[in-house]
Write a protein that binds this ligand. Structure first.
Ligand code: ATP
Length: 237
C-alpha cells in the first residue's frame, strides 16, 4: 500500500510557473481524479511525480520517497502518460518485453498483462497497425507490468470504445478495491464521475478544489461544479 503525497509543488520553466503551488494526497484504496483546464499543470505534476521533470520547490513522493529513490519502481508505480510513445515498427508483445526487462519484471508477466487488456490476439502485430484504442490498451498493459501498488493514468480513456471504457473503469475500481492507489487525469467528466472517489481540481498551477467527490458535489453535477469552479481561471495560459 502506497500513498502519493504532493506537497507545495512548484515547477518553473524559465520564468513561468507551470505548477505554482500544488498539494494533495492520494491514499490507498482510492481513485483520485485530477481535473483542470488545458495548461493547468496536470501533466507537469505527473511528470515531476514520475521523475521525468525536477521540482523547482516542494515535493511529489510515494510514501515519502521520490521516484528516483524507489527501490523497485516498477513494483511501486505503473504509469500511462502518452500512448503515442510506442515504437511503430515493434509488436505490442516486443514493446512489453523490452519494458519488462528494463523493469526487472519476469517475462511471463507479459502474457498475463496482454490477456488482462484483451490484446492477446493482436500481440504480434506491429504497433503501426494498431488503432488508437489498441495502443492505449498496450500502454495500460505496460502500466500493469510490475503489478504495482500505484497507477498514474493520464487520459486513459483516450480512443477506447464504450466496451473499452467500461473495462477500464472496472479495472481501475478493482485495482483500488484491492488496496491500490489510482491517480487519474482526465477531461472526460463522465469517466471521472463514475470512477473517482476523490477529486483534485487544478487551475493555473494551483489546487482550486480537493476532497471526496460526493462531499464536493453535494448533489450538483460534476460538469456544473467543475465549470463554475474553473470559470474564473479559464483560458489557456
Ligand atoms: N517543457 C515545458 N517548457 C515550457 N513550458 C511548459 C513545459 N511543459 C509544460 N509547460 C507549460 O506549463 C503549463 C502547464 O502545462 P501542462 O502540460 O502541465 O498542463 P495540463 O494541465 O496537463 O494541460 P492539458 O489538459 O492541456 O494536457 C502550460 O502553460 C504549458 O505550456
Amino acid at each position: 500500500m502506497t500513498t502519493i503525497h504532493v506537497s507545495g509543488l512548484r515547477k518553473a520553466y524559465g520564468g513561468f510557473d507551470a505548477v505554482h503551488d500544488v498539494t494533495f494526497t492520494a491514499a490507498p484504496g482510492r481513485v483520485v481524479g485530477l481535473l483542470g483546464p488545458n495548461g493547468a499543470g496536470k501533466s507537469t505534476t505527473l511528470h515531476v511525480l514520475l521523475g521525468l521533470a525536477a521540482a523547482t520547490a516542494g515535493s511529489a513522493t510515494f510514501d515519502g520517497r521520490a521516484f528516483a529513490d524507489l527501490a523497485h519502481p516498477a513494483r511501486t508505480v505503473g504509469a500511462l502518460l502518452d500512448a503515442g510513445g510506442l515504437h511503430p515498427g515493434r509488436t505490442g508483445r516486443d514493446h512489453l518485453r523490452v519494458l519488462a526487462a528494463a523493469g526487472r519484471v519476469p517475462a511471463r508477466r507479459v502474457d498475463e498483462v496482454l490477456a488482462l487488456v484483451g490484446m492477446t490476439p493482436a500481440a504480434d502485430r506491429r504497433v503501426r497497425t494498431y488503432s488508437l484504442g489498441m495502443r492505449q490498451r498496450i500502454g495500460i498493459a505496460a502500466a500493469l507490468l510490475g503489478d504495482p501498488e500505484v497507477l498514474v493514468l493520464d487520459e486513459p480513456a483516450n480512443g477506447l470504445d464504450p466496451a473499452g471504457m467500461r473495462w477500464l473503469r472496472d479495472l481501475v475500481r478493482a485495482f483500488a478495491d484491492d488496496g491500490g492507489t489510482v491517480l487519474l487525469a482526465s477531461h472526460v467528466l463522465s469517466e471521472v464521475r463514475q470512477v473517482a472517489d476523490d477529486l483534485v481540481v487544478v487551475g493555473q498551477g494551483r489546487v482550486v478544489a480537493d476532497g471526496p467527490l460526493d462531499d464536493l458535489l453535494r448533489g450538483e453535477s460534476l460538469e456544473d461544479f467543475y465549470l463554475d469552479l474553473t470559470a474564473t481561471t479559464e483560458g489557456v495560459r
